[in-house]
Write a protein that binds this ligand. Sequence first.
Ligand SMILES: [Zn+2]
Length: 265
Amino acid sequence: MITVNDICSLLEEFAPLSYQETYDNAGLILGSRDVELTGVLVCLDVTETVIDEAIGLGYNMIVSHHPLIFKGIKTITGKNHIENCLVKAIKNDIILYAGHTNVDSVRNGVNGKIAEKLGLQHCRILVPGASIDSNGEEYGLGMVGDLPFAESENDFLVRVKKTFHCQRLRYSEPTGKLVRKVAVCGGSGSEFIEQAKAVGADVFLTGEARFHDFFTKGQNILMIDAGHYETEQFTKEVFFDLISKKIPTFAIRISEAEINPVYYL
Ligand SMILES: [Zn+2]
């Protein structure tokens, strides 16, 4: 018998909740720890479509990257998708769990996966946390690593677009240099461009950049915004691999119904 608590323990051993940012709400969001599980569906965001998918599969737990609840909720009256999802999950006995900035902060989490997809080597944390964790591992946000071979900026951009299945890529003025050192931060990581410059990265790849982040002329760095969903989509593989390796016989799937909520023309 696998319980909610078993899955929580497994996920938190990998990415302790104490690593999450102060504004975050990672961990068990809805449900009791002693409930017996019938299966886990993994996604980036909890939506009604994803809950329907779990119900259809007969699975009673959803593990997402983004927490459905961030702030206090005073009424549940169907005002928005958060409330609708909560009602649907409660009515159908679906457990909700989120691994968010704590999963951003571990070496093999969100950014480790991005680094792996890009083939980066000698990876280290871009913005290290305050201390070393109990396993002696460094944790923190973003990652920086080296490409095995130098690549032109254009070739790197094309590879990013393909790797992350981007419909469009936003980037700053090319510097003309070859790309060797790459800093990454999935999701909304544009604030870490300063750290990327400080470690001498040729490229900073993130999921959400503001207009002014693209003014990089003369700063020797290529800024790339590949999209929030696009850069974080492989986090689903992180959860899936972790659980399926530890409990090989357990029913777990990556959501097939989930889509990028951002449309492009
Ligand atoms: Zn995100």
